[in-house]
Write a protein that binds this ligand. Structure first.
Ligand code: UDP
Length: 329
């Protein structure tokens, strides 16, 4: 058990993780600037509204609450947007993380679970599954920022100031089983919520961005992973860090969180039609900038190191859970 600071805990994956950590008995503080999160997503622990650039606030939280470990979700995440607004991403994701790590080191808080992403791999179509050790070749600013932060964490671990596990998520989907916490980005850019909006009539159609990729049906392939499985992995990574005995040595590890199964954009759309029982209009458009054709995880490492298994991550279940949430919006 520990005192845990969850930066970005009011977002989609962070809020789900709070529920999982609360069940494990941790005492939780969420720090979120509500740029993309929602205060009513924080269903466990205390909520502090604030920003990673606020060093005084970070010092105060880390010291007064005797924080043992940080889980760091607070970042911009839309790959397509990052191509258009790169500096916002570098400021928020890289400078914000640097400020957080500096505050941690100042306050002797050594342990961090970091939200990383499959976007660090970029376009590596010669591999069916992406292994953690592949060269990191992001093709959009979002991926660059996440890889830069991973490098920073690894370098700080190398001077024994930090113990960190970087979890490289593939495509998060679904909602909590009670359909309270789902994707609600503004504006929404992610495939599954947009497809479900087409199903519930909140938009006229869904666009497929690119039908000429070198994949089986010409559309991009992604490895979708249920948000409750992601939450579970954070609890396990945190447990591993809290139980480490070599408290004076640094530690860095990075692992993929995915299923090793890829689904194309067309497959997601067809499955959504089946799950909802609703037909809707599909429009074929040109490619979106910054999209790799295929991102599918080699997920063995997380299974070995964390003893973690995805449990709700079949496509139908994820879309059905997301649909429950989306209909309540
Ligand atoms: N996509 C699409 N239409 C949309 C939104 C997304 O065809 O309205 C595609 C997108 O180009 C990508 C895949 O769906 O190939 C997954 O995109 P998403 O934004 O959900 O996640 P990403 O993989 O970018 O993190």
């Amino acid at each position: 058990m520990g005192n845990i600071l969850v930066a970005g805990g009011a977002g989609f994956i962070g809020s789900q993780t709070l529920l999982s950590l609360a069940k494990d008995g941790h005492r939780l503080t969420t720090l979120d600037n509500l740029g993309n999160g929602f205060a009513d997503n924080v269903l466990a622990g205390e909520f502090v509204e604030g920003d990673l650039h606020d060093s005084a606030l970070l010092d105060q939280i880390l010291a007064e609450r005797e924080i043992d470990a940080v889980i760091h979700f607070a970042a911009f995440i839309e790959a397509g947007v990052s191509v258009k607004s790169p500096m916002d991403f570098y400021r928020n994701n890289v400078a914000g993380s640097l400020n957080l790590v500096q505050a941690m080191v100042r306050n002797n808080v050594r342990k961090m679970v970091f939200s990383s992403t499959a976007a660090v791999y970029g376009q590596q179509d010669q591999f069916d599954l992406l292994h953690e050790n592949l060269p990191k070749q992001p093709i959009n600013p979002y991926g660059h920022t996440k890889w830069m932060v991973e490098c920073m964490l690894r370098d700080v671990a190398a001077i024994d100031e930090l113990e960190t596990i970087c979890l490289r998520y593939f495509n998060a989907a679904g909602s909590d089983p009670e359909a309270r916490l789902g994707e609600r980005h503004n504006p929404e850019t992610h495939l599954i919520p947009l497809v479900l909006d087409a199903a519930r009539g909140a938009r006229d159609n869904i666009s497929i961005f690119g039908t000429d990729y070198a994949t089986a049906d010409g559309t991009c392939v992604r490895d979708y992973i249920h948000v409750s499985d992601l939450a579970d992995a954070h609890g396990k990574a945190l447990g591993l860090l809290l139980n480490r005995n070599e408290s004076k040595t640094g530690f860095y590890d990075a692992m993929n969180l995915g299923t090793s199964r890829g689904h194309s954009v067309r497959e997601v759309i067809e499955t959504a039609k089946q799950v909802t029982g609703i037909d809707f209009k599909v429009i074929e458009q040109s490619r979106r900038a910054g999209d790799p054709a295929r991102l599918v995880a080699d997920a063995r490492r997380a299974k070995e190191v964390l003893d973690w298994q995805p449990r709700r991550s079949d496509l139908k279940t994820m879309i059905a859970d997301a649909w429950q949430f989306r209909q309540n919006l």
